[in-house]
Design a protein around this ligand. Structure first.
Ligand code: GAR
Length: 203
């Protein structure tokens, strides 16, 4: 039997995607073990949620370190914890070279829009302001660009005339919680290929 893949989750806030991943593992919809949940913010509610779920939760503060110094220390910590994959779940920092090199093609992110539309902050607000009729969420591999790596999975969410930012975010989040564990199941199974920007299921 293949060993269970070991993953770390990085978050900066609420942690509902981290919880969705943890619940998918509990329900045997995803074969993985969360070896660390880490946050750059001590006050992140997701850290408390992780502890309630019985997961090892760590605050990893920036202090006065520069981006690369911080990411090198974080990479060493995650390696030490035994992580093979890193899942960004509402992690609001750009990932720099030392972390990318420690986990090549093994850092995954979820973003609340249909990339390449609306990268960066407040993607749901950007979608509303632009006037698109459809938005959604994207799971992608992380590279050095902002929300720009190869796309693994997407889900479409219609934008309703009655939507405000909170309501659109809520419906996108519902899809995020389904999509992220599904996309991780594909990646962790290893049954995929990356050709250029395309991630496809190996047949
Ligand atoms: C989610 O909507 C996630 O897609 C978004 O932050 C939220 C985190 O919620 N991430 C980004 O915007 C990254 N650019 P959560 O903490 O409840 O999982």
């Amino acid at each position: 039997m293949n060993p269970v893949p070991r993953i770390a989750v990085l978050l900066s806030g609420r942690g509902s995607n981290m919880e969705a991943i943890a619940r998918a593992i509990q329900a045997n919809r995803l074969s993985a073990r969360i070896v660390a949940v880490a946050s750059n913010r001590a006050a992140a509610a997701g850290l408390e949620k992780a502890r309630e779920l019985g997961l090892p939760a760590h605050c990893f503060p920036l202090r006065d370190r520069g981006r690369e110094e911080y990411d090198a220390a974080l990479a060493a910590f995650l390696r030490q914890a035994g992580a093979e994959w890193v899942c960004l779940a509402g992690y609001m920092r750009l990932v720099s070279r030392p972390l990318l090199e420690a986990f090549p093609r093994r850092i995954v992110n979820i973003h609340p829009s249909l990339l390449p539309a609306f990268p960066g902050l407040e993607a749901q607000r950007q979608a509303l302001e632009y006037g698109v009729r459809y938005s959604g969420c994207t799971v992608h591999l992380v590279d050095a660009t902002l929300d720009g790596g190869p796309i693994v999975a997407q889900a479409v969410v219609p934008v309703l005339d009655t939507d405000d930012e909170a309501e659109l975010s809520r419906r996108i989040l519902e899809q995020e919680h389904r999509l992220y564990p599904e996309a991780l199941a594909l990646l962790l199974s290893g049954a995929f290929e990356i050709q250029g920007r395309r991630v496809t299921r190996k047949i």
